[in-house]
Design a protein around this ligand. Structure first.
Ligand SMILES: Nc1ncnc2c1ncn2[C@@H]1O[C@H](COP(=O)(O)OP(=O)(O)OP(=O)(O)O)[C@@H](O)[C@H]1O
Length: 317
């Protein structure tokens, strides 16, 4: 398999706040894959992406793109990689169509190809009827779609999206995922940072879970799910904070996760189900609550990390 990005021993320290945002990260990204970086707020995902884009320098370690050291040859990044930042800023004083057209021209397309590309991308993001409007007059979600279109201009080999579906309504989110998967089918390698685990799960091939600056799990989506599939997800819903507390204590050895004041989640082994159901039935006679038992999703792995578990070993994946 051809390696697109070869990330070796990347450590990034922000001296101003004495924070080590990336700790000895090693990661290979393969041609044609969609890989997602998942992890809680502040885990170090954007820091890693910014180093891959050459926007900030690693404190130590190195990154090769198509075999070239990006610190030596940073032009190589702009020629091959397009980046959708977490706070994308479309040029708001331009009209929709001209912004996409100029972006295509800047990426080296001739006039005719740029016109065709601008028309096609605006159609893809579904903003044809706004194509002559100033970007500043559009909604936040529409501006984000334009940023997606700008990212796609020039048909880059590698696309990096930092939270591409943030602030989008469900219909627009679906559209963005469709655009991303289509680009991948056309051959682009895609790297995504997202909190939208349930949606990402539908499109990604591999997942790197980052927590506290380290990669704590890295695997194919199927393999990762298979490893947690040995457990079931038990959701407990109460109408009362005090009952939630009691249940939390009763199941403390299962390391429950408090989703809200009225909701707890536990992962339990399949062979424990009978015992747990018996315990639940007994407790149910004393306290009023509902429960549901379903197979876990990738989101459970992610939520366990959000709950403060530090390593892949300790979350059993
Ligand atoms: N320019 C900076 N200067 C100092 N500290 C920073 C800087 N950028 C990020 N950090 C810190 O580095 C850590 C990692 O931040 P980063 O933005 O990489 O996380 P993230 O995983 O992308 O988070 P989120 O999901 O919230 O976007 C955080 O503790 C953050 O406060």
């Amino acid at each position: 398999m051809e390696i697109i990005y070869d990330i070796k021993n990347i450590t990034k320290k922000y001296p101003s706040r004495n924070i080590i945002a990336n700790k000895d990260i090693n990661l290979e990204i393969y041609k044609g894959e969609i890989i997602a970086l998942l992890g809680p707020n502040g885990a170090g995902k954007s820091t890693l992406i910014k180093q891959m884009m050459g926007l900030i320098k690693p404190t130590s370690g190195n990154i090769h793109l198509f075999g070239e050291d990006i610190q030596v040859n940073s032009k190589f990044i702009t020629e091959n990689v397009s980046y959708y930042a977490q706070d994308p800023h479309a040029i708001t004083s331009l009209r929709v169509w001209e912004s996409v057209y100029f972006s295509s021209r800047l990426k080296g397309l001739n006039k005719t190809s740029a016109i065709l590309e601008a028309d096609m991308l605006i159609r893809q993001i579904g903003l044809e009827k706004y194509k002559n409007d100033y970007i500043k007059s559009l909604s936040g979600g529409q501006k984000r779609l334009i940023s997606v279109a700008l990212t796609l201009t020039g048909n880059p080999k590698v696309l990096i999206f930092d939270e591409p579906t943030n602030e989008l309504d469900p219909v627009k989110r679906k559209k963005v995922w469709e655009i991303i998967t289509n680009k991948n089918k056309e051959g682009a390698t895609i790297i995504l940072v997202t909190h939208n685990v349930l949606e990402a799960e539908q499109v990604v091939d591999r997942v790197a879970i980052i927590n506290e600056g380290k990669i704590v799990a890295l695997d194919g989506i199927k393999q990762l799910k298979h490893r947690i599939d040995q457990r079931m997800r038990l959701d407990l819903s109460t109408s009362d904070n005090l009952i939630t507390n009691k249940l939390f204590t009763s199941f403390s050895e299962k390391r429950p996760q408090r989703l809200t004041d009225h909701k707890l989640r536990l992962l339990i082994q399949k062979d424990e189900i009978v015992n747990v159901i018996n315990k639940l039935t007994n407790l149910n006679e004393k306290f009023d609550f509902d429960f549901s038992l379903v197979p876990p999703t990738l989101e459970d792995v992610y939520l366990r990390l959000e709950g403060g578990v530090q390593t892949s070993e300790s979350i059993g994946i």
